[in-house]
Design a protein around this ligand. Sequence first.
Ligand SMILES: Cc1cc2nc3c(=O)[nH]c(=O)nc-3n(C[C@H](O)[C@H](O)[C@H](O)COP(=O)(O)OP(=O)(O)OC[C@H]3O[C@@H](n4cnc5c(N)ncnc54)[C@H](O)[C@@H]3O)c2cc1C
Length: 482
Amino acid sequence: MSGAGWGKGEKVKDVREDRKGIKTPAGRKLERIGILALGLLPLVVFAGAWVWHRWDRLLDDWAILWGALGNLFALLGLSLAVVMVCLGARPPWIERRFGLDRMLRLHQVMGPLVVGLLMLHAFLRTLKESLVSEGGWRWDFLTTLSYENWTETALSGARIALTTVIVTSALAKLGRYFFPFHLWKIPHLLLYAALALGFTHSIIVGDDMLQFPYVLVWAGLLIFFLWTAVQRFLYVRTRRQLYRGILVEALPETHDTKTLRVRPKAAVGLLKDRRPGQFAVIRYKRIHGYSQPRPFTISAPPASDDLTFTIKQTGRFTRKLHKLREGTGILCEGPYGVFVPDLERERNLVLIAGGVGITPFLSMLRHIQQQKLGNRATLIWANKTRKDCIAGEELTGMAVQGLLKLVHVFSREARVKDAPGQGAVYFENGHIDRGILKKYVEPAGASYYLCGPPAMQDFVLRELKTGLGVQPKQVKRELFFW
Ligand SMILES: Cc1cc2nc3c(=O)[nH]c(=O)nc-3n(C[C@H](O)[C@H](O)[C@H](O)COP(=O)(O)OP(=O)(O)OC[C@H]3O[C@@H](n4cnc5c(N)ncnc54)[C@H](O)[C@@H]3O)c2cc1C
């Protein structure tokens, strides 16, 4: 892999004409706005209807005010919970426009908000009951489980649902750091049942729920929720067939990085339609079932039948990956991500990488080389030392062939400024700052791509702005964290 040229001897498929799903930036923006509007629509309608129906009665007394506010929070919580389920289920029509990483980040940010809204709902409804009954604080309203009639049953269902939401969400938050994946992921699926209880509760107990437009939005949300749940279920059932592969090679790239080559066993599913820069979520086979999933960029170009993942050892999971034996089963779900250049329109690429953040660019550059696309590319790549450079020979080969201007920036290497470069290979010391950017970047018609650790990204964004006047929103970024 680190030799010059990708997949020597492999027959190169022509995948240049595949423009499926590629939109103009304006078209993409419009689609994103449409999806965001769809997500916000139930919130806006619920809030608008609440104000319309309730406003004149709100200040009649405290009990009415707290009760009504409690209802509003429940409506907002229900709507956002459906959005969260939808994000967690990763529907391709959203993923293609926003990218899985953004979706999962939003899912994580929204979690505490939804839990907070639902807890506020329970608190305010209890406050209302306490004020009405005038018998002190009604703890029993939060804790009683009774199934005497429909209303009591629906209330009990909601109490169980809220407890489930709080416990499973807390487990998921803590699980990232303290528990094995399966310990929090399996209970997390109970949220589907909790949401179903929430729907039942709201239609039976909700004050105005059977009125227009509440009932319409409620029905829309329910249909959307059920459809998402069924899609997810079908996907999980088939993914082992669709995305199974086998590890055929594990090649050391540097002292801490290996490239795993995975050969898909069955059809590669959608992975065969992948685009350069995209990633897959991979799991390896254990004695019982598969490991937890983790995202890794597919460093092989799209025309390659094999998938390769260039993986730096940083912790427990990656250590395990580095130790896998050939023949181990690997599940590769994907392709995901929108860190993908439009190579037909973007002719002057400025690629800025930090360390293993090179992987999406490897796949882009290999693709450009293989398909003879002729895009101009400047790769500015920060590493601590020469020893950390992944696929260094291959990239040098591309630069020598004139496909690439390659600028190495070393932070812990003895002075390299004057080291003899071959062809278009340059060496700098320090960090990627405005001086280096100004020296090597040709700004006319440039499209900027940035992948590296968060601190490095922040620094480079500032330097791009002050050095070249490039605004952060003009820079496409990939973060290796979510
Ligand atoms: C879109 C994308 C593409 C990526 N591509 C590559 C690639 O090509 N090569 C590569 O080497 N790495 C890549 N990564 C990063 C890689 O997924 C993580 O570095 C890796 O999973 C961490 O494994 P570990 O052994 O260090 O973690 P562990 O030691 O198992 O975990 C350390 C801690 O970090 C948390 N954690 C692990 N991964 C993440 C994450 N992604 N975000 C937030 N917290 C996390 C864990 O929950 C745990 O608490 C990519 C990440 C993303 C999001």
